[in-house]
Design a protein around this ligand. Structure first.
Ligand code: GTP
Ligand code: MG
Length: 195
């Protein structure tokens, strides 16, 4: 897809603030610092539209990015960030869950995990939850530039096994540094956003 227009429409802190438009939405879920905001930027060729940070916990709201007036990327707050209080984490958890379970426009969830490590407990909890949800899903293994090319297959296998992914869940190695996997990701997204 050729992206000609991309804008942050709202950083929502409550469901009342979600955009009114009936455009399809693709949500990005994943651990804090896994590369959700970088993923959006790479896909749409913008350096820093979605704010990224080397410090985890940068994205703390539901950020709706409207792309080509055609669909939204919804950047969710990262989970598993230890430095916020338990109350705060629970509040985010409920907020994210509310969005994922009630939002009619939601078409696809991109679950991002770090390709370098075995998925964390939080990743597994998220995957279990998604395994039980009846929503199309894509798993993206980020930071693929950080491991040798020859190891990618082996790391994907560990992710697939740990998250107990069904055969029909696409799993794509991706790098926001090099653009690896970008075309494959777009191909996976296209059926959900084309009018
Ligand atoms: P939160 O907003 O805190 O939930 O984080 P996030 O998931 O949005 O992560 P973000 O995109 O801000 O990236 C976190 C850090 O990882 C930044 O320093 C990025 O530059 C780096 N990063 C993200 N993707 C990649 C990648 O594919 N390769 C490499 N080498 N670094 C990456
Ligand atoms: Mg972010």
């Amino acid at each position: 897809m050729k992206v000609t227009q991309a804008e942050l429409v709202i950083s929502a802190v409550s469901a009342k603030q979600y955009p009114q438009e009936a455009l399809p939405e693709i949500a990005l879920a994943g651990r804090s610092n896994v590369g959700k905001s970088s993923f959006i930027n790479k896909l749409i060729n913008r350096k820093n539209l979605a704010r990224t940070s080397s410090k985890p916990g940068k994205t703390q709201t539901l950020n709706f990015y409207r792309i080509n007036k055609q669909f939204f990327f919804v950047d969710l707050p990262g989970y598993g960030y230890a430095k916020v209080s338990k109350t705060e984490r629970e509040r985010w958890g409920r907020f994210i869950e509310e969005y994922l379970t009630t939002r009619e426009q939601l078409q696809l969830i991109c679950h991002l995990v770090d390709i370098r490590h075995q998925p964390t407990k939080d990743d597994q909890t998220m995957a279990d939850w998604l395994n039980h949800m009846d929503l199309p899903r894509l798993v993206v293994a980020t930071k693929a530039d950080k491991i040798p090319k020859g190891k990618i297959h082996q790391h994907l296998k560990i992710i697939k096994e740990t998250l107990q992914l069904d055969k029909d869940v696409p799993l794509i190695a991706f790098s926001a540094e090099t653009g690896q996997g970008k075309d494959e990701v777009w191909q996976a997204l296209n059926p959900y956003i084309l009018p």
